[in-house]
Write a protein that binds this ligand. Structure first.
Ligand code: ADP
Ligand code: MG
Length: 245
């Protein structure tokens, strides 16, 4: 098996008396896509946010390659937030600036590239997300699915090794869902590893090498999509069946 690039060891997290994670162990290998399923409020988003230090875990360890990252200061986290990119649930574009400026933002922030290099990189990224030539449009000119793809382009522009997708297809119609999933597939083929939080089980089965189910603070299933579909565990079955309704 490929190199482990992300490892979560015995993660515990609570908010007050609300215990969210109660001993999560998880590994992600180079180039692997992992689908993370779980009911609403089970702590999927909190887990993604914990990986990049937007939430602090109470117990446990998080490693990116051989670096322990869960205890790093904000400053020291910056290079790891470039390697591990988080694609927000909402897409989270800046409304008052153009598509170009949205995608270019991390390049202006974190690199010393010239303006013309940045223009080239953004143009290349727009090609990848099938929005060639749309630099000057504003987010409000775009459909929800296009906005999601622009958000993903921004998350990708610094060449991360891992991308964390928080429900990237939520609220999209079937055509836009397909466009987003096709983009995720393209990125996977480029060798990018990902954790894909979703309720969209058909997309997860199509895209992921491994499916993980989070339930009551623990991982109760962690295996291939084929085993997932054949699982006899009653909680896992509920997820499998919900996608066939
Ligand atoms: N910053 C926070 N403060 C307090 N409670 C939180 C915070 N963020 C999330 N929670 C709670 O943690 C639980 C898990 O949230 P979340 O990870 O968003 O669930 P989901 O699996 O739906 O993504 C929920 O009960 C939520 O209310
Ligand atoms: Mg969530």
């Amino acid at each position: 098996m490929n190199e482990v690039i992300l490892e979560l060891k015995n993660i515990h997290k609570k908010f007050g008396k609300n215990k969210i994670h109660q001993g999560i162990n998880l590994t992600l290998h180079r180039g692997e896509s992992l689908g993370l399923l779980g009911g609403s409020g089970t702590g999927k988003s909190v887990l993604l946010r914990s990986i990049i230090g937007l939430e602090r875990i109470d117990e446990g360890e998080i490693f990116f390659k051989n670096n322990r990252i869960d205890q790093l200061s904000e400053n020291k986290l910056t290079p790891f937030r470039i390697k591990i990119s988080y694609s927000f649930q909402s897409g989270a574009l800046f409304d008052s600036i153009s598509v170009f400026e949205n995608i270019a933002y991390p390049l202006f922030e974190h690199t010393k590239f010239s303006y013309s290099q940045i223009k080239d990189q953004v143009a290349e990224m727009l090609k990848l997300i099938d929005l060639q030539g749309k630099e000057e449009l504003m987010p409000s000119d775009l459909s929800g699915g296009m906005q999601k793809r622009v958000g993903m382009a921004r998350a990708m522009i610094l060449n991360p090794e891992i991308i964390l997708y928080d429900e990237p297809t939520a609220g999209l119609d079937p055509a836009n869902t397909l466009n987003v999933v096709e983009l995720m597939l393209k990125l996977k083929k480029k060798g990018l590893a990902s954790i894909f939080v979703t309720h969209d089980i058909p997309s997860a089965i199509m895209l992921c090498d491994r499916i993980v189910v989070l339930h009551e603070g623990k991982i109760i299933f962690n295996d291939t999509p084929i085993k997932f579909q054949k699982s006899e565990d009653p909680i896992v079955r509920k997820f499998v069946l919900s996608s066939r309704e």
